[in-house]
Design a protein around this ligand. Structure first.
Ligand SMILES: C[S@@+](CC[C@H](N)C(=O)[O-])C[C@H]1O[C@@H](n2cnc3c(N)ncnc32)[C@H](O)[C@@H]1O
Length: 272
């Protein structure tokens, strides 16, 4: 193979830390299984990618099991840029679940309906994260969705952006409510394209400030537990911000989970 051919086949991206763990991405799996259910059910060939699955393929296997409950013939491909991690994952392949080496170009033999990338872009620069979004969006099947986010070590706190072919559509915050202190604690989980914008003058900063205020004034609901307090805070916040209040993205059923979704446009920073 000449140098040009070798370069052409080089996956787009860089090998980064491979930290992962059992059930770490349960919150985003649940969201995909419920919010993307109509998409999964209507597709001729539901192809899903878990991009950058890390040192072990556990999150991909869990996603596969959860989405098979929605669509028994869903095909899930774990894409990882580190060939050692791909070799380690291969023994876990089974009907409908496979692992390939690749990067943001998504070498999966078709256009995916859903691409989940968690804790991948945080290790890139902000401008690179926007470029990765552009490339991933260009690979989607019609109507397809990218779920790109970040979570804490064991997945109790997470934030993710859903994008379609046109661009980012929503931001979702999701947290375990036991041990939760304040909404602005979730700032450290913001995706790369937002995390550096959490400064005065930026919309995401104003949003988290107002969410903290709503949380503070909803303190009396804490007497009934953290869940009622979260729901009361989100309802109050929805008076000032265009928080999703109806299914599939909003409403009490989702808020009970310690979740909130807001249109991206409400928070969108200027692109660098
Ligand atoms: C921190 S791990 C995340 C593992 C898993 N997604 C999770 O959240 O538990 C990030 C993984 O993404 C991989 N990665 C980074 N850039 C990539 C790219 N462009 N394409 C595919 N994998 C990539 C890294 O090699 C690493 O294994």
């Amino acid at each position: 193979m000449d140098g040009r051919a070798a370069r052409a086949r080089r996956p787009v991206g860089e090998i980064t830390r491979g930290t992962t763990g059992h059930n770490r991405l349960r919150r985003s799996d649940r969201w995909v299984a419920e919010v993307c259910r109509p998409l999964l059910l209507s597709a001729d060939r539901p192809l899903v990618v878990d991009l950058g699955y890390g040192a072990s393929p556990v999150t991909t296997s869990e996603m596969f099991a959860r989405l098979r409950r929605v669509r028994p013939d869903v095909e899930v491909v774990g894409v990882e840029i580190d060939p050692v991690r791909v070799a380690a994952a291969r023994p876990h392949e089974r009907q409908g679940l496979s692992f390939v080496r690749g990067g943001f170009e998504l070498p999966v033999g078709g256009r995916p309906l859903i691409v989940r990338a968690f804790n991948v872009l945080r290790q890139y620069g902000e401008a690179q994260a926007w470029e990765a979004w552009d490339l991933l969006r260009s690979r989607l099947a019609p109507g397809g969705v990218i779920v790109e986010g970040t979570c804490s070590e064991i997945g109790h706190r997470a934030a993710w952006v859903a994008l379609d072919a046109r661009g980012p559509r929503t931001l979702t915050l999701s947290t375990r409510l036991s041990g939760f202190e304040r909404p602005s604690d979730l700032a450290e989980r913001l995706p790369k394209t937002l995390i550096h914008r959490n400064v005065p003058g930026e919309r995401v900063h104003a949003f988290l400030r107002d969410f903290d205020h709503a949380w503070d004034v909803s303190a009396p609901y804490g007497a009934y537990g953290m869940r009622p307090r979260w729901i009361a805070s989100v309802e109050r916040l929805a008076g000032r911000w265009p928080v999703a209040t109806t299914p599939p993205l909003g409403g009490r059923r989702r808020w009970r989970l310690g979740e909130l979704t807001i249109p991206w446009q409400a928070l969108a920073p200027d692109r660098p």
